[in-house]
Write a protein that binds this ligand. Structure first.
Ligand code: NAD
Length: 406
């Protein structure tokens, strides 16, 4: 993928006027939309509640191989909602407009592709798929189907993220050279298994097993990676990574800490770190520009101005003796401790990223407009995640050109 192809995908959505008609028919604005969900687990149930806040949306059916989910989901949709164990039965129902896929990562490719092939629009959870190959197959399947596909990267729609993108593009923080992003928490990432039944361990804790999961990079890093791809207008050229199962030695296979450095064209860099043993930093993205910094959290954004210093590395008027700067007047390079300026979100914008993302998907169906977080955005992010994991696993520099179509 070259820069032009990239801009045809993720880059294009910086423009709010981006509209692309597909072969799908336009629906009346007030029309009732029938959704169905494959995998109404933790995230799926959250999405169901959110979609139901959009006027004119109902859930016609659900599918989950784990039947306790049926009752949980029916508490949200109504006790008569049809439930299936096999997603193929759900897809054969004639009265469904769009499918939500919120199954574990390893199943996204199978479930999303089948939903598209059966003539449905899809809202599919992130990350796109487990492998680079599957991401490519899914992108092709979307394009072939003529249906709409939106990836569940809701921060792509967060008002303070959108405003940050606008400020960065306007030059507010100068030239952005590095993005440092962290998702640091202090818990095991393990979910309780009902009755400690070992047969349920992998179903409930799929995130901890490589067969199903891309670990911390896929589950957490994908949000930050998607942002960096948009800011830099490209996917990375290479990645180096490290990580391991170093603290929670409980039988898990995916690392409990990861660090990945992605190099983008022009030497721009994204550093992503996720750990599970300390939450001092929490979840934040620091966008470093020559004229300032923007820090984004899960709830807000802040801008920090960086006054220009003289061209010399040594403060003006300071005598440098014996080649070592030790004078009392030397100003240490302390961290910035100012307040910063909150990023104002444009008036009238609804603030909850989940709601904005779900509402936008429904708008896309009603107006037959290509979703902003479409299959190209998903692919850019999905392959960046997958190749970051490849770098961690192989403890090597991974060149993207060796793995993705140029
Ligand atoms: N966008 C976000 O912020 C966000 C947050 C959390 C999770 N997620 C994503 O949502 C997806 C699900 O995560 P989760 O935390 O809800 O997991 P979960 O385990 O709580 O839910 C997954 C559900 O899929 C069901 N399932 C498994 N195999 C199935 C099959 N073959 N057919 C039908 N159902 C099947 C499980 O029984 C379970 O109910 C993941 O891709 C995850 O990355 C996204």
């Amino acid at each position: 993928m070259n820069r032009r192809e990239f801009l045809g995908g993720a880059g294009a959505l910086a423009a709010s006027t981006f509209v692309e008609q597909s072969s799908a028919a336009k629906l009346p604005a007030s029309s009732q939309l029938n959704l169905a969900i494959i995998g109404p687990g933790s995230r799926g149930q959250q999405l169901m509640r959110t979609f139901l806040r959009v006027p004119g949306v109902r859930f016609a059916a659900l599918c989950d191989i784990y039947e306790p989910r049926w009752d949980q989901a029916r508490k949200i949709t109504g006790e008569n909602t049809r439930a299936f164990r096999d997603y193929r039965e759900l897809l054969s129902a004639k009265d469904i407009d769009a499918i939500i896929v919120s199954t574990p990562l390893s199943l996204h490719s199978e479930h999303v592709t089948a939903a598209l092939d059966s003539g449905h629009h899809v809202y599919g959870e992130k990350s796109m798929a487990l492998t680079v190959e599957e991401c490519g197959q899914m992108r092709d399947a979307v394009k072939k189907s003529g249906k709409h596909y939106q990836i569940g990267l809701q921060y792509h729609y967060a008002p303070w993220y959108r405003e940050a993108i606008r400020l960065i593009a306007s030059g507010k923080i100068g030239q952005v050279t590095q993005i440092y992003s962290y998702w640091h928490r202090n818990n095991s990432w393990r979910r309780p298994v009902p009755n400690n039944d070992p047969k349920l361990e992998r179903l409930i804790n799929w995130r901890l097993y490589r067969e199903f999961s891309g670990g911390l990079v896929a589950e957490l890093g994908s949000h930050h990676i998607n942002f960096a791809n948009e800011v830099f207008g490209a996917i990375p050229e290479s990645a180096v990574g490290s990580g391991g199962v170093d603290f929670w030695k409980d039988g898990r296979e995916t690392p409990d800490n990861v660090q990945v450095t992605y190099r983008y064209p022009g030497g721009k860099t994204l550093f992503f770190s996720a750990i599970t043993t300390n939450r001092f930093i929490g979840c934040q993205v620091q966008v470093c520009g020559t004229g300032g910094t923007i820090v984004l959290t899960e709830a807000d954004g802040t801008y920090y101005y960086e006054p220009k210093l003289g061209a010399s590395a040594v403060p003006e008027g300071l005598a440098v003796e014996h080649g070592v700067v030790t004078g009392a007047s030397y100003r240490a390079e302390l961290p910035y401790r100012g307040q910063g300026q909150p990023i104002a979100v444009p008036a009238g914008t609804q603030g909850n990223p989940d709601f904005v993302a779900c509402n936008s998907f429904i708008d896309s169906l009603r107006n037959n407009q290509r979703p902003k977080a479409n299959e190209d955005v998903a692919w850019n992010c999905g392959v960046t995640v997958a190749l970051g994991n490849y770098a961690i696993d192989h403890e090597a520099r991974v060149k993207f050109a060796d793995h993705v179509r140029a």
